[in-house]
Design a protein around this ligand. Sequence first.
Ligand SMILES: CC(C)(COP(=O)(O)OP(=O)(O)OC[C@H]1O[C@@H](n2cnc3c(N)ncnc32)[C@H](O)[C@@H]1OP(=O)(O)O)[C@@H](O)C(=O)NCCC(=O)NCCS
Length: 399
Amino acid sequence: MPLIVDKGLGNTIAAETTLSFIDGVKGVLEYVGYDIDSLARYSTFEETTWLLWHGHLPTAQELSAFTRQLQSEYCVDRRLLDVVRAIPRTAAPMDALRTLVSALAHFDTEADDPSLAANERKSIRLVAKTATLVALFDRYRKGKSFIEPDCSLSLAANFLWMLTGAKPTAPMARALDVCLVLHADHGLNASTFAARVTISTQSDMYSAATTAVGTLKGPLHGGANQEVMEMLVEIGDISKVDGYIASKLARKERIMGFGHRVYKAYDPRATYLKTFAKQVAADTGNLPLYEMTRRIEEIVLAQPNIVEKGIFPNVDFYSATTYYALGLDLDLFTCMFAASRMAGWTGHCIEQLAANKLIRPHADYRGPHGLTYQPLDQRGVPETSSTSPSCSAAMSVTA
Ligand SMILES: CC(C)(COP(=O)(O)OP(=O)(O)OC[C@H]1O[C@@H](n2cnc3c(N)ncnc32)[C@H](O)[C@@H]1OP(=O)(O)O)[C@@H](O)C(=O)NCCC(=O)NCCS
């Protein structure tokens, strides 16, 4: 087959999946055939995760057994608490999460068992423990004591409990649950692709999940929700929105929370969240914040050149104010995205392994050819000479 250059892989199909379907032109997202709007309205994160992994909705019995399995995995090995404490308190939570997801492998005797049954069990552990890790790190960095999980709660409610030490109200737990449902899977997005690349080498589930967390961190992917909130904080007041956005557009800067590689129509997750976020904002006294987002949307969508390019609000635009209204620190937003997308990442890894082919595209080499190798002593003297390296005190490993 002739090779084509497809930078960004926007015109390449690199996997087959039965997890989620996206029509970017019509603005459709379905998980296993169910449209995202119905799932956000009626499903829960636990049920949605089951759906993604099993390809059909669970019976009541299946759902309660699955929920119990997840709940029994909320806790982490005590030794992992020492790993949490070894991370600087100043670390960004996504960086801490990357380390901690990786560290989970050391306390799982099945980490390198490649069987389907073991991978399914590890998927449950990864989904159940990711939110726990986020809560543990946040409490540690604030100098607060760790809170034991409450295994009678949903994953969303337990996360809020472990984070704050207060049992969340039903609407608060539901608000987080809706966000988790909306973020659980999204085709071959960058982090899912990264996870599939890693597992395609027959590496392990924890390595794939760690790769995915690192990939999600970027502001062009999962980091955008934090940047949306930072923008709102920077603007500060609805009276300043027009001037702020106008000058950003004049400088040809991107407005965070707008645009999507696949959607050239309104992101269907944002459609649902737009209404939902308003309710959450009203319930929590954050309506002025919500009104700012609405005004930003109005201004941006009034720009003919923006709409022509198919740029609309994406899921991050309205999830940002929802997370904020729940009291989450800004730098935890992307971690919550990761806690949800863990369902998709693990589901994709198992799907990849079921019909695995090493993912290995080509690079279009643009460098020189045929150079003659010069021995080191014939390459001239470097401009600055350096002294021999020595271990800094902080790095010293001697007792
Ligand atoms: C998500 C994103 C990376 C997708 O980008 P993409 O499909 O690769 O499109 P490009 O980066 O090539 O941008 C295409 C054009 O749209 C413009 N554009 C894209 N996103 C924009 C935004 N948020 N604000 C203003 N203009 C934007 C680009 O400047 C470019 O314009 P040009 O053709 O005149 O140079 C991009 O829309 C973006 O950076 N959005 C902001 C970050 C964000 O919200 N990410 C979360 C995604 S869920």
